[in-house]
Structure formats: C-alpha cells, structure tokens
Design a binder for this molecule. Structure first.
Ligand SMILES: [Zn+2]
Length: 338
C-alpha cells in the first residue's frame, strides 16, 4: 500500500523492504496518532514502540498485523523508544497477556520507579517544578482539569533495560540502540545503518517540536541533553526518518537542523523577554508565542500550559548554566535576570 496523504490513516504501510509503519490512534491529543513499526522475522515480529493502551489502538494493531499474517502472540519483542504512555503502555498491556519481551532504555529507570510510586499525587514532580517556575496557577488549573479522571497507572519495569549503545540483531538486520536523552532521560533511537533508517521515536519529528523533560523523574538540564542528542544524530550519516508522529521522510538532517534553529530562536526570545521587567519562567512564557499559530499562553489548555512553562524553564535553565543569565531563588521560586 502506498503512503496515504494523511499519515494517521489506518493501515499497514511498507516504508522500506520488510519494515511496516502502523499508525495507531491516541485519545484527544494534538499529536493525533502514533506510529509503531513492525519488523517481521519468519514466524515472529519485532515491534518498535507499542502505542497507547486503548481498545481502538489494540483493534487497529491486531488488524494491521493480520494483514502481514500475524497475531499478537507472534510479537516476540517490543523495542520501546521511551517511557511515554503513547509508546509504552500498550506494550505493557500486551506483555501481561502474552509474556512478550519488553525492552526500554536504561535511562528511563528513575522515571519508571517514580511513576510506579503511588504514595504521592500524579504528576507531583512536574507540579513541584511548575511551582519553582512561578506557575502555581497552572498547577491549580491542571488539578481542576484532572479531577474525577481515572488515574490509571501504566508503568512497570521492562524485561531488559537497554544500556546503549548496543547492537540488536532483528530480522537479518542490525539495529543500534543509541541514547538520545532530552525528550525523556532514557530516550533511545534505533538506527539501521545498512538500510539507512532511523527509528527516531520522539527525538526528531517532522514539523513538530518534541516536548522536553516531561517525565516522572526529569534530569537537571533536559534541554542541554536534548540539544546534545540532536547534534549526536546530526553527526551520523543522513538516513530516512521513521518518526513516531508524522510521515516518513528523507529528513533526519533537515529535521535536526530545523529543531536546532527553533531552539536557538527560543533561547534568544527567552533571554530577550527578561528585558521586559519579568523574572520567572511563567512570566517569560506569558510573553512568548506558542504553537505554530503563535498563540498566547493564556489561550492554551492547562496541559499545554504546563508543557509551555516547562519548556521556557528549560530554556532559561540552560542559559543560566551557560552563564548567560543569573538564577536565584526566593520563596521557592526561581528568578532569572540578565
Ligand atoms: Zn513522547
């Protein structure tokens, strides 16, 4: 089947010899769908990412694998790019039923353990960080938005923590798992150098800027990690991009260049905003435009406000770490000055 105009359209799409893209639905999310990739190997199939554990996503995956002549029981292993629900939760659910081997980057271990600890409220690390960024109001809005919603927890440890770089033989090819911290601390991409393919997860997405450090146990400088991981991938020979969200394209280098330029502009904008008499990440976020439509922070829903403030804080923290501005704390809130 040739590539559809809308990358979220259901089906099984051969994007390279023996590599099938399967878009799966997500619940009311701006990303619209998540691509998982099937690599058949005789009687078995290895999957890269698992999708969001939803009844419709499971039905879609079953139908897509059936087109290739497989059932869920034939899936021998999930190589997951990172701990986020849209990549990991369905793999966990399928493992419960079929005992499928589940692999995740070793750098995700602190987040998996923190996410399994149900002694505190959900998103407690993100909320603590929002308060530091001066955005207690966003915590209030998020708490109200989450009220009454079921807080099912999906995190469980995998069967193996991958210690990248590591080469994984799959269906006659070699996938190299490469650590690309930033989007999450333990994010991995899987690179098939011989076939010229990069299973990029959320590290590089076409025309979308991945969020930075939204995870149960974020690192101290997620944007610094992310930019370093972008440069690492940029230094490898160019390949086709097989992203978790969006169409397949010949655009690893082009996509990385766009993301580096985007963050350079946002770093400048964050530093420039401090000239307007503001000092917290929340206030700076309020002066910047959001999404490609340049929307005001106040017009975003609470979850996207959380991501926006988090991102602004990540930019300001990196500038502070680079000595380009100073950071001080007053009453538990971080203040940045040029
Ligand atoms: Zn993600």
């Amino acid at each position: 089947v040739s590539a559809p105009e809308d990358w979220t359209a259901p089906g099984t799409f051969e994007v390279a010899p023996g590599v099938y893209r399967i878009p799966l639905p997500m619940p009311n999310d701006g990303l619209r769908a998540v691509n998982v990739y099937a690599l058949p190997q005789g009687e078995r199939v290895v999957m890269i990412d698992g999708g969001w554990a939803l009844a419709q996503a499971r039905e879609r995956l079953v139908a897509a694998l059936a087109e290739l002549g497989y059932g869920l029981a034939a899936v021998s292993r999930f190589l997951v790019t990172h701990v986020h629900r849209d990549h990991y939760s369905q793999a966990v659910a399928i493992r419960r039923e079929f005992g499928t081997r589940l692999s995740l980057g070793g750098g995700e271990e602190p987040s998996v353990l923190a996410g399994m600890d149900d002694s505190g409220p959900r998103l407690s690390a993100q909320f603590a960080r929002l308060r530091e960024y001066g955005a207690a109001e966003v915590v209030t809005r998020m708490t109200a938005a989450m009220e009454g919603r079921q807080a099912e927890r999906y995190l469980e440890p995998p069967d193996d923590w991958l210690r990248a770089p590591v080469d994984i033989p799959v269906a006659g090819r070699t996938l190299r798992a490469i650590a690309t911290p930033g989007h999450t601390q333990g994010h991995l991409v899987y690179r098939d150098a011989a076939a010229g393919l990069l299973f990029a997860g959320d590290h590089v997405l076409p025309h979308i800027t991945p969020s930075i450090g939204f995870e149960p146990a974020p690192g101290p400088l997620p944007l610094g990690d992310y930019l370093e991981s972008l440069r690492l991938v940029r230094a490898l020979p160019d390949t086709r991009l097989l992203p978790a969200h969006g169409p397949v394209c010949a655009c690893v280098h082009g996509g990385v260049d766009e993301l580096l330029a985007h963050h350079a502009a946002r770093l400048d904008a964050a530093a420039g905003a401090l000239a307007h008499g503001v000092s917290t990440a929340y206030e700076v976020a309020g002066l910047l435009g959001w999404t490609r439509h340049n929307r005001a922070l106040a017009d975003l829903d609470p979850f996207n406000q959380l991501l926006a403030v988090n991102e602004t804080g990540a930019h300001l923290d990196l500038l502070a770490a680079q000595g380009k501005l100073t950071r001080s704390t007053a009453d538990g809130v971080l203040h940045y000055t040029s």
